[in-house]
Design a protein around this ligand. Structure first.
Ligand SMILES: CC(=O)[C@@H](O)[C@H](O)COP(=O)(O)O
Ligand SMILES: NCC(=O)COP(=O)(O)O
Length: 240
């Protein structure tokens, strides 16, 4: 069974709706860990729409499991990561106009830039994961830049309109896992996973960690954070 990284961005989304101090994602992370989270994920977006730099600095001091910092491959973010030293960094693509991340990072199309960022972070003992689509060229490019991990983008699987296309997307993810294992890459996955669609992804070969946010925070609003995390861990084992 893969481990569970709980993405706490959307606790901060509620706070930022009023630019106030509550709810505090730091408290959310503590409760997620008490509920059984194996890691905490936070996405410091360039537009700061949810997580703030203050949150990442406090999370670095308070997280007892491991901290995964999601960020764009910009100089500003690299400087923050080198200063804060999360347990690992996941490089993601960002567009200010998007509601959420729309696809994987184009590593193959910017090998030099991504390679430079991977080198800088890994030289500082911060392992790097690349959030990519399960495409052969992107997995090969991730190997070439010597990232330690990839995070397979599960958005298209999650948004599939019917069982046939969901199965096709799952097959692509499974093929991506096989290629990544051969390439010596460690494998995470995430985006759009829910209590209802997570189990087949949790069963993919070599899957190490699932990073899940929106569905857990949505449930936590209604039933509380610890219970929402416990229920996700059950769903990852096939019990909803
Ligand atoms: C990269 C990814 O899939 C998630 O971190 C997602 O980006 C969560 O943040 P947003 O909801 O702001 O897109
Ligand atoms: N990298 C994916 C992630 O952290 C959470 O994405 P989502 O579950 O909020 O869609």
């Amino acid at each position: 069974m893969p481990t569970l990284g709980v993405n706490i961005d959307h606790i901060a989304t509620i706070r930022q709706a009023r630019r106030t101090v509550e709810p505090d994602p730091i408290a959310g992370a503590v409760l997620a860990e008490l509920g059984g989270a194996d890691g905490i994920t936070a996405h410091l977006r360039e537009d700061r729409r949810h997580i703030q730099e203050r949150d990442v600095r406090l999370l670095r001091q308070t997280v007892r499991t491991h901290l995964n910092l999601e960020m764009a491959a910009t100089d500003e973010m690299v400087a923050i990561a080198l200063d804060i030293k999360p347990d690992y960094v996941t490089l993601v693509p960002e567009r200010r106009e998007e509601v959420t991340t729309e696809g994987g990072l184009d590593v193959a199309g910017q090998i030099d830039r991504i390679g430079e960022v991977v080198d800088k972070l890994q030289a500082a003992d911060i392992p790097v994961s690349l959030f990519i689509d399960a495409e052969s060229a992107q997995i090969e490019a991730s190997r070439m830049v010597q990232a330690k991990f990839i995070e397979l983008h599960t958005g298209r699987y999650a948004e599939a309109k019917n069982e046939t296309s969901r199965q096709q997307e799952l097959d692509l993810l499974a093929a991506g896992c096989k290629q990544a294992i051969k390439a010596g890459l460690r494998i995470n996955a995430g985006h759009g996973l829910t209590y209802w669609n997570v189990f087949p992804v949790a069963c993919l070969p070599g899957m190490e960690e699932l990073n899940i946010g929106h569905t857990i925070i949505s449930r936590a609003v209604l039933v509380g954070m610890e219970r929402a995390v416990q229920e996700m861990k059950l769903a990852m084992r096939g019990n909803q």
